[in-house]
Design a protein around this ligand. Structure first.
Ligand code: NAD
Ligand code: TYD
Length: 349
């Protein structure tokens, strides 16, 4: 089977690529990524020489490029993760999110449909999305697969639009699709502009840790390898045309999470207890900041037998250890030097 994974050089995509390349040596895995600021091939340096792995540098916004690679490689399935993914960037530049998340997704759908039209039923388009499409919860309740869409940031609006297009291609053209909507991920390879890796970096370097507003916003955190395992389960065992919500059953107020992180890092760095909490700095709130996300994953758990493999304390501790052990990765990312990796590994081959 030839599987095209888009966005495989990014945070979640790199874990999905590694899982599929190592668990399914009989599959040919193609990683399509245009290496934006969030794409980093060093995330995959341990598997890049594998025979069943191919990197393709290209932009999903370019339909002629997609046409060429579908023609050349004859993919059987697509797992689509490529996206602009940061809410704060979407507030600064919404149109970039429309290009990649909406137009890029429609380009992929069109190309897949065209190339698979003689035997559509033998193919699969799996779209990876976010729980943020459901909007914001109050104190109570959980997002289910039936919750009405109510996106509130430019990021979530663009992902909601892409989800609608994927479902439209299923209903209108019979394209076999699956979707999943996941809560906030954390773990290795996370770009340090998102809350957890940014806080780890700042605590390590004794810089202020910015907490938006009063830190009362709640997120449901999932270890990224558990998301990759869920994607594997849904890809292989999920029903065509259906959506699966993925969450960690793990709600944390931002301020409580940051305090836990400070305490774990004090211990690991040999600092007096309470030292890193002094770095917490309350800053201006995000515009339109969603109060609470929380996921009901019972469909995925009951029908496909998936469950998170680590507690939050374990996953966070593993994550901190990874960042403390991978200072070169972090320094390269924060200095912008990680782009040189692509130049060395691929451009001169
Ligand atoms: P990321 O920003 O770390 O990675 C995105 C990847 O897509 C990067 O490697 C980037 O280079 C690539 N990319 C961006 N634009 C592209 C384009 N036009 N053509 C080709 N490649 C392009 O994102 P992530 O956090 O790994 O998220 C991956 C997917 O999972 C996204 O679709 C996101 O909406 C979804 N998701 C993320 C989370 C989360 O907590 N991070 C939660 C739920 C769902
Ligand atoms: P983020 O990691 O950007 O993910 P998302 O916005 O997709 O949930 O932010 C997680 C939460 O942390 C969110 O409520 C915003 C908040 N936050 C801060 O308080 N400070 C920060 O510096 C960042 C990046 C986020």
């Amino acid at each position: 089977m030839k599987v095209l994974i888009t966005g495989g050089a990014g945070f979640i995509g790199s874990h999905v690529v590694r899982l599929f390349v190592t668990k399914y040596p009989e599959y040919q895995i193609f990683n399509l990524d245009n290496l934006t600021y969030a794409g980093n091939l060093a995330n995959l340096s341990d598997i890049e020489e594998r025979e069943n792995y191919t990197f393709l540098k290209g932009d999903i916004v370019d339909p002629a490029y997609l046409e060429g690679i579908f023609e050349e490689h004859k993919f059987d399935s697509v797992i689509h993760l490529a996206a602009e993914s940061h809410v704060d960037r979407s507030i600064a530049d919404p149109l970039a999110f429309v290009y990649t998340n909406v137009i890029g997704t429609v380009n992929l759908l069109n190309t897949a449909r065209k190339h698979w039209k003689t035997n559509l039923q033998d193919h699969l388009f799996y779209h990876v999305s976010t729980d943020e499409v459901y909007g914001s919860l109050g104190e109570e309740g959980l997002f289910t697969e039936e919750t009405a869409y109510d996106p509130r940031s430019p990021y979530s609006a663009s992902k909601a639009s892409s989800d609608h297009f994927v479902r439209a291609y299923y209903h209108t053209y019979g394209l076999p699709v699956k979707l999943s909507n996941c809560s906030n991920n954390y773990g290795p390879n996370h770009f340090p502009e998102k809350l957890i890796p940014l806080a780890i970096y700042n605590i390590q370097n004794e810089r202020p840790v910015p907490v938006y507003g009063k830190g009362e916003n709640v997120r449901d955190w999932l270890y990224v390898l558990d998301h990759a395992r869920a994607i594997d389960d849904i890809f292989h065992k999920g029903n065509i045309g259906e959506t699966y919500n993925i969450g960690g059953v793990n709600e944390w107020r931002n301020i409580d999470l940051i305090e836990l992180l400070c305490d774990q890092m004090d211990e690991k760095l040999g600092r007096p207890t309470g030292e890193s909490r002094k770095l917490i700095t309350f800053v201006k709130d995000r515009a339109g900041h969603d109060l609470r996300y929380a996921i009901d994953s019972s469909k995925l758990m009951n029908e496909l037998g998936w469950a998170p493999s680590v507690t939050f304390e374990q996953g966070l501790s593993k994550t901190v250890d990874w960042y403390l052990e991978n200072t070169e990765w972090l320094n390269n990312v924060t200095s912008g030097n990680y782009k040189a990796y692509y130049e060395q590994q691929y451009t001169h081959r």
